[in-house]
Design a protein around this ligand. Structure first.
Ligand code: NAP
Length: 296
């Protein structure tokens, strides 16, 4: 039987509706949740991601504003903007959209964020809290979205063997921590694979759930998946498509034939992507709630 497709767009809409209810409650209590987005330069993908995020904010009743700096902005200028926003009470969460231009050290910018206003959960304080199993702070959006996709499709990772392909600070490692924490969405046995893993298939074939976040098309194929396993494909890759006006199309890290053996699979679009946006909104209302209750 072919795999069921995980409708990330529908699950994200469900979460956005929950966020809208919380935003309304916060407004009623006198606090309008606010998100500040920072774009440095003219990266088309960054502009499009931020516009998706601010549109989602508006729909959920979250105030948002985008701050643009030129591609030539220095690290000091970006950090000065972060500090200005740290001090601005209209914003409960700040999102420096990555990637930043090469002259700006991304880690230095993330470190300059007030951890209470860290929209993406990438500040060392929030990553440290995640490691300690304290989930009241911001949780990295894409890993958090992956966990919600599993839970909301009845694929609770508890007691399962999950193989995560990729060890980035943005996706792979925080996801492995979330999945192994003793908490809702955790309690899995987790294996992390990367480019120094000698035989990737040996691991993925033993997994009940494979999350592939390698950023390389074709990383996971049908032969590498145990029949009945769940496959979450985080990857977004451009491949040539001369028949298209753009000249390319977007594919994930898993080949389409994994759908012949898996029980559930995320589609290339409408899978993990919408969840990343939804979890950003979750982090924003959580930050506003903490500020309201003086826990910021
Ligand atoms: P990244 O920083 O480039 O990390 C990729 C990781 O995958 C690295 O740890 C790398 O190993 C590992 N890897 C690459 N090729 C591999 C292979 N053949 N076998 C095993 N491991 C391999 O990327 P990222 O930021 O984590 O993002 C991963 C992908 O997810 C990208 O396509 C990105 O665009 C996408 N993404 C999507 C969303 C979304 O919302 N849909 C959000 C974030 C990211 P090494 O450490 O050994 O190099």
């Amino acid at each position: 039987m072919p795999a069921k497709l995980i409708d990330g767009a529908a699950i994200a809409a469900e979460i956005r509706a929950e966020v809208a209810r919380e935003a309304a409650a916060l407004r009623e209590a006198g606090v309008t949740p606010g998100l500040a987005a920072i774009i440095v330069g003219d990266n088309a993908a960054s502009i499009s991601y931020v516009s998706m995020k601010t549109k989602a904010c508006a729909e959920a009743g979250i105030f948002s504003e985008t701050f643009r700096l030129p591609a030539t902005a220095t690290q000091d200028e970006v950090i000065a903007l972060v500090r200005q926003l740290n001090a601005d009470p209209r914003f409960h969460a700040i999102l420096p959209q990555l990637p930043l231009p090469p002259q700006v050290n991304e880690l230095a910018v993330i470190d300059a964020l007030d951890p209470a206003k860290d929209a993406d959960g990438l500040h060392p304080v929030n990553l440290g809290k995640l490691l300690r199993g304290e989930l009241d702070g911001a949780i990295p959006c894409t890993p958090h979205g992956v966990v919600e996709l599993l839970l909301r499709t009845g694929n609770d990772p508890a007691g399962k063997h999950v193989v995560v392909v990729g060890r980035s600070t943005l996706v792979g490692r925080p996801l492995a921590v979330l999945l192994s924490n003793k908490a809702r969405g955790g309690n899995a046995t987790v294996t992390i694979c990367h480019t120094a893993t000698p035989d990737l298939a040996e691991h993925t074939r033993r997994a009940d759930i494979v999350v592939v976040a390698a950023g390389r098309a074709g990383t996971l194929t049908k032969e590498m998946v145990k029949p009945g396993a769940v496959v979450i494909d985080v990857g977004v890759n451009r491949v040539d498509a001369p028949d298209r006006p753009s000249g390319y199309r977007l594919v994930g890290d898993a080949t389409l034939d994994v759908r012949e053996v898996a029980s559930w699979v995320t589609p290339y679009t409408g899978g993990v992507g919408p969840m990343t946006v939804a979890m950003l909104l979750v982090n924003t209302v959580k930050a506003a709630r903490r500020a309201l209750e003086g826990r910021g």
